[in-house]
Design a protein around this ligand. Structure first.
Ligand SMILES: Nc1ncnc2c1ncn2[C@@H]1O[C@H](COP(=O)(O)OP(=O)(O)OP(=O)(O)O)[C@@H](O)[C@H]1O
Ligand SMILES: [Mg+2]
Length: 459
């Protein structure tokens, strides 16, 4: 996407100079010579940035700023001001300007400030999209992830949802199997009734049968009245049998009959009942292995295994980590009424590098905890669980080559770090200084101190 910048300046020469520079950097531009024109332009177009002079003949930059903020508060506005009027710049910042630059403009500064403003803009647009997703009740779009395996999975869900086919969802703990079951039900013609979920692992063996199929009055101690089971409750809807691998062998035959014939009998009853249910089952255990070990009936396995969905572990779709993390950040900031825009780059780096054995659930828990602990508007590494920052530090050390640094003096390490960063930025000192988190002046001093040779880009 090409960003569009509106330049507002009543100095014609300055205006055309800026236009030439910005175009050369690949931006699209619109130029106007006074504040009132800028205001009317904003009504018509959502510019990605406004670069505006403060001192203009008719409507001043400050007046225009105030009006534009009312019309479209999302557009970042960068104010240009003479050195002597920095006070005005501060006032502009208070009124909501994104940043200010002093004239004559330093092109390095201009480039960096623009880049930052576009990052800021993309972030707030992304947060807005995520908020919309959170408030939508579309069960499929609440499954976050755009890695190829997730895209394929979502397509598969849409394909199979309208059919009556039994679905078996396989995947490690915390990968989103329940979310997927809900989406399948949500996209089926049975969605006018709620899906009934049974966690087969959470119910003791003796109670599972009555939970699933119901019981007659007096069929066991405590059965003081007749009760329908989950299958009957799911009549004309969907039953989700979670942790199906945990169903005891003795119950599996009855379950097979229910799945095969849709026929059930209440505990202690003789009547055969019919339940019109769609069946979705899930497990994180290796069912085939359990079949081999004679712990799971082979016929039940094949009955369940009509359509199988393999949910990838988070480690197998690492590209989805940033978007999932941001989604949970938006979700839990809203829940906790906090305004947190983003993660610091370092915190995000930790999240990206961690292996996530507990998958999406572990990521969500880590982000929720961080939101609760966070006081600023960025989540930093300090708010992440120590388990994440500790493990990553070890991995990082092994991968970074920093292990080989042991025994070198700090000066030597610093020299190496600066030289390598300059190579990475192909000699761009502003960028290198930013990466190293030092000022350009400090960088220049160190380059001199260590006589560092590097590619010359001229900046
Ligand atoms: N792709 C995803 N997008 C958004 N949220 C997700 C996604 N995957 C999982 N989650 C969230 O992570 C948590 C765990 O998901 P879920 O309960 O569906 O996992 P599961 O595979 O059923 O795990 P288990 O096997 O432990 O029961 C839930 O809060 C769920 O909303
Ligand atoms: Mg589950």
């Amino acid at each position: 996407m090409k960003f569009e910048i509106m330049i507002v300046d009543d100095d014609k020469a300055h205006l055309s100079m800026l236009r030439t520079v910005l175009k050369a950097w690949g931006y699209q531009t619109t130029e106007v010579e006074d504040g009132s024109e800028a205001i009317s332009n904003v009504c018509e177009k959502p510019f990605d940035c406004i670069l505006m002079d403060v001192r203009m003949a008719n409507v001043s930059g400050i007046e225009a700023l105030v009006e534009i903020k009312k019309i479209n508060p999302a557009i970042p506005i960068i104010i240009m001001t003479a050195y002597s009027s920095v006070g005005t710049a501060v006032e502009a910042m208070k009124l909501g300007a994104y940043d200010y630059l002093t004239k004559p403009l330093d092109f390095d500064d201009l480039e960096l400030t623009l880049k930052r403003s576009f990052e800021h803009l993309s972030l707030s647009r992304e947060n807005k999209t995520l908020k919309l997703l959170l408030s939508s009740n579309d069960s499929l779009s609440s499954i976050i992830g755009s890695s190829p395996s997730m895209v394929e999975l979502k397509e598969m869900i849409q394909t199979i949802a309208p059919s009556e086919a039994t679905v078996l969802i396989l995947g490690e703990s915390g990968t989103g199997k329940e979310l997927i079951a809900k989406a399948i039900h949500g996209y089926s013609s049975r969605n006018n009734k709620p899906m009934i979920t049974v966690n087969c692992a959470a119910i003791t063996d003796t109670l599972l049968e009555s939970e699933l199929f119901g019981h007659e009055k007096g069929s066991f101690t405590g059965a003081d009245r007749r009760r329908d089971g989950r299958f009957m409750q799911a009549h004309k809807s969907t039953i989700f049998l979670d942790e199906i691998g945990e169903v005891p062998l003795g119950m599996q035959a009855k379950l097979l009959r229910a799945i095969q014939e849709r026929e059930i009998q209440r505990v202690g009853g003789d009547d055969t009942l019919y339940a019109d249910v769609r069946i979705i089952a899930a497990t994180n255990s290796d069912l085939l292995e359990r079949v081999k070990e004679k712990e799971f009936r082979e016929d039940l396995y094949y009955r369940l295994n009509v359509v199988t969905l393999d949910v990838p572990s988070l480690n197998d779709r690492r590209d989805d980590i940033p978007i999932l993390a941001k989604y949970f950040l938006v979700k839990h900031s809203e829940k906790n009424r906090k305004i947190i825009d983003n993660f610091t780059p370092l915190a995000m780096d930790y999240l990206i590098k961690y292996e996530w054995p507990g998958n999406v659930r572990e990521l969500e828990n880590a982000v929720e905890r961080a939101v609760i602990l966070c006081n600023g508007n960025h989540v930093s590494e300090r708010e992440l669980p120590p388990s994440i920052t500790k493990i990553v530090t070890n991995i990082e050390l092994q991968n970074s080559g920093l292990e080989g640094m042991a025994g070198f003096s700090l000066d030597e390490i610093e020299k190496k770090a600066i030289a390598q960063t300059l190579v990475k930025t192909t000699g761009n000192k502003s960028e290198a200084a930013k990466l190293l988190n030092i000022t350009r002046t400090t960088l220049n001093n160190k380059i001199k101190k260590y006589s560092i040779q590097f590619p010359q880009s001229g900046t």
